[in-house]
Ligand binder design. Structure first.
Ligand code: FES
Ligand code: FES
Length: 164
């Protein structure tokens, strides 16, 4: 039995502990935001937040999240909770991505949002360069990178206005 928390819900699963986390989330937990891209931890499409850090799920086995806390993009639309630590950042980012039209096919978007949320949680006023460095491991085949960076800048700006 593997125990973990998913978007503030306790989960206990009796599955092969070597089963890739992305398959566990998508096939057994009704989570479809992380996408299968390269399968080699090289594209960023499958990222989720694990104990607050944006990490790939395509190669990590289920056993690796024992007693850990997973937060996915689905958490942005749940009721407010202090346990959903990056909820505010995810919501601000979603809005900013819409305003900047930063998603085309959307395949990379969830992963981009996860890593951007981690960045804005740690650094409320990132520079353009810091955003580019944070998102360096995320590929966008549609070529939306410039709009994505602009969207993260806008989300940071809007969050800082909220807190002012
Ligand atoms: S599918 Fe996991 S990093 Fe590409
Ligand atoms: S929006 Fe299509 S891969 Fe990024």
């Amino acid at each position: 039995m593997t125990n973990f928390t998913l978007n503030n819900q306790k989960i206990a699963l009796s599955l092969n502990e070597q089963y890739p986390l992305i398959d566990v989330l998508r096939n057994h937990c009704s989570i479809d935001s992380p996408k299968w891209g390269c399968g080699l931890e090289q594209c960023g499409a499958c990222h989720v937040l694990i104990d607050g850090k944006s990490k790939p799920t395509c190669q990590s086995p289920l056993a690796s999240v024992e007693r850990q806390s997973i937060q996915t993009l689905e958490s942005a639309s749940l009721d407010d909770s202090k346990h959903l630590t990056h909820q505010k950042q995810l919501r601000a980012l979603q809005q900013a991505f819409l305003i900047e039209q930063a998603a085309q096919c959307g395949y990379c978007t969830s992963g981009m949002l996860m890593t951007s949320a981690e960045l804005l949680f740690k650094n409320k006023t990132p520079t353009e360069e810091q955003i580019k460095i944070a998102l360096d491991g995320h590929l966008c085949r549609c070529g939306a990178q410039q709009r994505i960076v602009r969207a993260v800048m806008l989300a940071a700006h809007n969050l800082s206005k909220e807190q002012a």
